[in-house]
Design a protein around this ligand. Sequence first.
Ligand code: AMP
Length: 577
Amino acid sequence: MLERVEDFNFNMDKVVEEFESLTKDAERVQKETLKKILEDNASAEYLQNLGLNGRTDPESFKACVPLVTHKDLEPYIYRIVDGDAASILTGKPITTISLSSGTTQGKPKYVPWNDELFETTMQIYQTSFAFRNREYPIKNGKALNFIYSSKQFKTKGGLLAGTATTNVFRNVSYKCGMKALQSQCCSPDEVIFGPDFYQSLYCHLLCGLIFRDEVQLVSSTFAHSIVHSFRTFEQVWEDLCTDIREGVLNSKVTVPSIRTAMSKILKPNPELANLVHKKCVKLSNNWYGLIQEIFPNAKYVYGIMTGSMEPYLKKLRHYAGELPLLTADYGSSEGWIGANVNPKVAPEMATYAVLPQIGYFEFIPLNEIELCIDSQPLGLTEVKVGEEYEIVITNPAGLYRYRLGDVVKVMGFHNSTPELKFIRRSSLLLTINIDKNTEKDLQLAVEAATRLLAEQKLEIVDFTSHVELSKEPGHYVIFFEMSGEGSEELLSECCNCLDKSFVDAGYVSSRKVKMIEALELRVVRSGTFQKILDHYLGLGAAVSQYKTPRCVGPTNTKVLQILSQNVVHNFLSTAFN
Ligand code: AMP
């Protein structure tokens, strides 16, 4: 177990060197990684039943072990969660569970967690940091890091459960690891682990201002959280200035442990308060360059910015001003996959180089899934540039040939390991008839509408969708929360634009023959998506892992209710009349 900063004091050139050497020999490293996983877990009931009989080579593994989804593993996972201490999925019994955010699929999933996954987390952080630091060096740095721990609870069987990010933040080695990566959070632990998200967010912002000269990067796990934080800053900056001027924390922060921790760092500083106040008055016209202006020594803004985070990039760029946006790594509660080793590439073009030593990876060609061809997935080094695949993970925490549900595209190779572009979740989002629209299709349609709105200086704060089947034939409903009020004319144009932007042949032909009715745009009141976030937080989600659900299914009645109670305008497309 790594417990001291010294354990993490790594030589960055060595990290790069090691990465180069591992990726040059990715096929061998994959074989070794698989061998180690299978040897360490040979006594696990799951593997014992599959007849591997000690074999650890990829061919035997693929022949004996089936491809599975989370659903297939649930009987095993629930036994673990309920306290069965046998070696079920792993040799060493699992004692901690991660709760995936669940916002992409509707409900949180239980996923086994162990120390090996923590170590791979640190490996991926170190690798991307070593590459990042060559381009944007930071020293003795502090990070304004908007991180939050979700509540940890005991399952029925007495296992500790929390989101994967919470399991990382709570690991005793995490702080040392982040210090070594010059990314130590400027907020005290009581703020990170506080029970109330809004109070923690307020204090993160306050700590950021107090340590403004030392802050060298601004980050969060996902870009959404950074945007949300600075939208909040726009609302509370005057309170923050008052607190700094008087050295007294706002009375809205009521959690005693947070108040005590903050009292140690908050001292009256009228000079700083006046400076920040002056800057905010100047910025408050449109808040362009807020991050750069308030944190003069920040070198970059860092967080996951690809996939479902892309819609927030425009706003993030606005807040960042000239500061570069660097997308963080690619992974999931089920395990890490790839690091961003080309930090200078804009998030829209970013790829993730797979670390061949952190798991065993397979790739199912997407066209074969679509054509329902039952073929063997390809190995890490067998994938082809330009092709799309669904990713399959084997990790050191008891997941074997696990279909993660993400689609990636191979953009190139770093030595012999592929560089992946995240494309989308594999599940279909919108489908009524023969139409097939994914998260990416929705995103593209919304982007087209965004361009229309920009003409009237309007922005989409957030969006989601729903398939309305209560009346035959069904139709798509898109919900927009916007930064201001648009004219009726503009919004109906947006509605038509959305309808026309779903170019999938199944959709277009179904619309033409009225097998799918006119698309509906529903504009919701300001603050609606905040209520949806609050709803998920209430269910135990962590903001650090939050992703706005891009499609709300019929069983998600609470979110549907929040949306429908807040609709202020609705429009029906006339695009196919
Ligand atoms: P969770 O279910 O909360 O563990 O979230 C994991 C999911 O977040 C992944 O399966 C991806 O769909 C998404 N994700 C994680 N990292 C990235 C990334 N760098 N780019 C795009 N999507 C990501």
